[in-house]
Ligand binder design. Structure first.
Ligand code: SF4
Length: 135
């Protein structure tokens, strides 16, 4: 990562990292796009995303990270399995695994909506945000 950062700075490049390693994200990214089932579900500046995740999938991902300041007998995981991206269910693709899901999540497909400095595709998290604020 250090080599990539050096090249980025020397060559004045933009660097796009695709990774499951949230430690790498935290240490190297300015902005983060979290994807689920092939779709961006949350976009935010990196510090805001880690401090205040808005999408339930982002929240669940961060809860799976082991922490040095806590004792862990079991590492958290997100229950269930991801859907087949070639055969996505109706509604929100995360609904079968989401702790915040409501009935409408099974039928209504969420779109990215501006929420503060974040863009979030969750109709529960963005409830009450005006339609004109969709991105
Ligand atoms: S739209 Fe519903 S199922 Fe999807 S992430 Fe939000 S609360 Fe969960």
């Amino acid at each position: 990562m250090e080599l990539l950062s050096k090249l980025r700075d020397e060559q004045r490049l933009a660097l796009v990292l695709i990774t499951h390693d949230l430690g790498v994200v935290a240490g190297s990214a300015d902005r983060v796009a979290v994807m689920y089932a092939g779709r961006v579900v949350e976009r935010a500046p990196v510090l805001d995303l880690f401090a205040s995740p808005r999408h339930p999938y982002t929240t669940a991902l961060l809860e799976c990270l082991p922490r040095l300041d806590q004792r862990h007998d079991v590492v958290n995981s997100i229950g269930g399995t991801p859907p087949n991206p070639a055969d996505l269910p109706a509604g929100c693709p995360f609904a079968p695994r989401c702790r915040r899901a409501v009935d409408a999540c099974l039928t209504d497909e969420p779109t990215l909506v501006r929420l503060g400095v974040s863009d979030v595709a969750c109709s529960v998290a963005t409830a009450g945000v005006g339609a004109g604020e969709s991105v």
